[in-house]
Design a protein around this ligand. Sequence first.
Ligand code: CMP
Length: 225
Amino acid sequence: MDIEVLRRAPLFATLDDDAFRLLTDELTEVDLSRGASVFREGDQGDQLYFIVSGKVKLGRTSPDGRESLLAILGPGELFGEMALFDPSPRTATATAVSETRLAGLKNESLNALLRTRPEVSAQLLQALARRLRRTNDSLSDLVFSDVPGRVAKALLDLADRFGRPATDGVLVAHELTQEELAQLVGASRETVNKALAEFVQRGWLRLEARAVVILDMQRLRQRSR
Ligand code: CMP
């Protein structure tokens, strides 16, 4: 397993090499192709997952079948810890949006790690607080921002985490369909398409298959406020 990405993750940065090696002995590799789910909302769960490569979407389904995305996570990030820390069924479905490699850690191994390495607990708390902050921001945006503003913000956030320099801007290979992007910002596909078309027309971005190239970061940032 290519665990270098985990070695660099803040959660493990404080572990010495021996402790890190002991931990990685406990990890099991899970490979997913695009569209495959690792678990579904309502399942029982006894392990959490680190993303080694690829991207995972966390989504919920309403009783009438509509989908909403809570987050898109990438390499070095973790998910599936809620069912362990607050024993209850999985609160979302985790699905790969590209070829994805995960490393699973069982509850018993996690508990042993937290008992012997309290500094990992502190990092975990920080990761959870960061997630709560992001969730609160999204909640406020749903109330205070219009759809183009939310689309601009989502693209900037994806650029921050997955962006790569391109000749004319920043390539954001988010791997999402426009339907999934709409689920992420909590709007209809039609409204999100309209916002994207407007950004393209203004010259702020270019659309590619499951990716965008941001051409004018500053204008997009202004629109996101
Ligand atoms: P769990 O409930 O075990 O399974 C679904 C996972 O989705 C959950 O653990 C968290 O790891 C993750 N998750 C839930 N809500 C959010 C959120 N708002 N942002 C990011 N990840 C989340």
